[in-house]
Design a protein around this ligand. Structure first.
Ligand SMILES: CC(=O)/C=C/C=C(C)/C=C/C1=C(C)CCCC1(C)C
Ligand SMILES: CC(/C=C/C=O)=C\C=C\C=O
Ligand code: FE2
Length: 475
């Protein structure tokens, strides 16, 4: 569906793409109940010669098609289990569905990623969700078929994609750990680079994202572990598919990209994080990397954020059920064999406000020492993130943006650098804002001042989305 073009002043031509959940009801009101479960809705906003034009379209996953046909969700989503098996045969079928991944949803609503070779991939955390889309029409082209025999049913929600390569982690549900894999642009074959073993328990940890530096991959182990019994019994565990087991410890691992060897594995204070922001190497006096610094959006070691994103909580009166506090959690992981790492707030959370998640950075600083991050925050107690923040990690300050009535929900602010820029914050920040009246607009902020460059009002509101990307030039 197309929206009318609007006059805007912009710094370059290109296309903003965003993925996220958009449809929670199928059939006669049969509904999914969690933000993470909505069937994927893609959004495109193309900027050309100072004008913007947009479109949105549903991603045609098997899960979405089957739910529409049968009038109810049939596959296991993040927070949804289809009907409980009534007999032993049903249970055995469930186990086969799990081992093959066929019982798990392919609703690719988390990320949309240009692979650097013209292909654009959408995915969620099931391997079978990986799909290719046409960035222009937003049509679903088909499944992304990996040309390798790595198998496995689960993958990280956030591969790290540069212009030339794709890194991801494949959780191993049998021997708790993650395989680190790499795929070159233009190829569909993933190669195993190494493996990280999970510490302290029989099941792997949940990992939505990981971080990279120039030479290393940083893998988190928080106390949220896959519940194998939830999978086998087709029941929800304490936190959907996961159990919170703080006694099993929290760890951070660092793997060298060139060898796949784990060079550090340290215990850290308990934490809860979905998203890394960035990571980089800190030099010692000898000029060699002495530590890895990894920043994430951290919820004070409280998994309650997962429940806070249930739809009944998001639809409750705004000021009850306030969204859990968050901070920029900064890990320092020593590379000298010390057994412990540190975790502290990178700045006083009062600077950005309550809540902090969905960050982006200037992509040229991926894996390098950086200064600025842009994220969603909560200026006032609210059951959703209702503001945007530009964080200065050197001065430890933040600039904030919020809609006039303070109640709109702006999605992940995506930083787009100005071509030829030399300053880290020289560019714009794009966010799609859903307002409380059911409408919305595309917001463009100045990356440096965080002042408004443009608002492009949409003829209808769009749901809150997850992660986006920028494709420069014409697609
Ligand atoms: C949006 C976000 O932070 C996390 C999303 C995670 C998802 C959608 C995980 C999905 C899964 C399924 C779709 C099937 C069962 C396995 C699991 C990995 C939980
Ligand atoms: C943390 C979050 C949304 C918060 C909104 O208030 C969404 C996480 C999405 C993961 O991809
Ligand atoms: Fe995410």
């Amino acid at each position: 569906m197309c929206v009318p073009s609007c006059n805007v002043t912009l710094l370059q031509n290109g296309t903003y793409l965003r993925n996220g959940p958009g449809v929670w009801e199928v059939g006669d009101g049969s509904a999914l109940g969690h933000l993470f479960d909505g069937y994927a809705t893609l959004v495109r906003v193309s900027f050309r010669r100072g004008r913007a034009a947009g479109a949105h379209r549903q991603l045609e996953s098997d899960a979405y098609r089957a739910a529409k046909e049968r009038g109810r969700p049939l596959l296991r989503e993040f927070a949804h289990c289809p009907t409980k098996p009534a007999s032993l045969v049903d249970r055995a079928r469930g186990v086969v569905g799990l081992v093959t991944g066929r019982a798990l949803s392919d609703n690719a609503n988390v990320a949309v990623l240009p692979l650097g070779d013209g292909r654009v991939m959408c995915l969620t955390e099931t391997t079978r969700s990986s799909a290719l889309i046409d960035p222009c029409t937003l049509a679903t082209i088909g499944k992304f078929r990996y040309a390798d025999a790595l198998g496995g049913v689960i993958q990280a929600g956030h591969p790290v994609v540069t212009g030339s390569e794709f890194w991801t982690l494949l959780p191993d549900l049998v021997r708790p750990g993650h395989r680190l894999v790499r795929m070159a642009a233009g190829s569909s074959e993933r190669n195993v680079v190494g493996r990280v073993d999970c510490r302290g328990g029989p099941t792997p940890r949940w990992l939505h994202s990981f971080a990279v530096t120039e030479n290393y991959v940083v893998v988190l182990e928080m106390p949220l572990r896959y519940s194998i019994s939830s999978m086998l019994k087709s029941e929800l565990a304490q936190f959907y598919l996961f159990d919170w087991l703080p006694a099993s410890g929290s760890y951070m691992h660092v793997v060298r990209k060139s060898t796949g060897k784990t060079v550090a594995s340290v215990e850290v204070p308990p934490f809860m994080a979905l998203h890394f922001i960035n990571a980089y190497e800190e030099e010692g006096e000898d000029g060699q990397a002495a530590a890895v610094i990894a920043d994430c959006c951290e919820y004070y070691a409280d998994p309650a954020v997962l429940d806070a994103l249930a739809l009944h909580r998001l639809r409750s009166p705004r000021n009850s059920d306030a969204f859990p506090d968050g901070r920029v959690g900064r890990f320092r992981i020593p590379l000298d064999g010390s057994p412990f790492g540190e975790l502290e707030a990178a700045l006083d959370p009062d600077e950005h406000g309550r809540g902090m998640d969905m960050c982006s950075i200037n992509p040229a600083y991926l894996g390098k020492e950086y200064r600025y991050a842009y994220g969603c925050s909560a200026r006032w107690p609210c059951n959703f993130l209702n503001a945007l923040a530009k964080i200065d990690l050197v001065k430890k300050t933040a600039k904030n943006w919020h809609d006039e009535d303070g109640a709109a929900a702006p999605s992940e602010p995506l930083f787009v650098a100005r071509p030829g820029a030399t300053r880290e914050d020289d560019g714009v920040v794009i966010s799609v804002v859903s307002d409380v009246h059911g409408g919305g607009y595309v917001l463009v902020l100045n990356g440096k001042t965080f002042g408004e460059v443009a608002r492009v009002r949409l003829p209808y509101g769009l749901p809150y989305g997850f992660h986006g990307c920028w494709i420069a030039g014409k697609i």
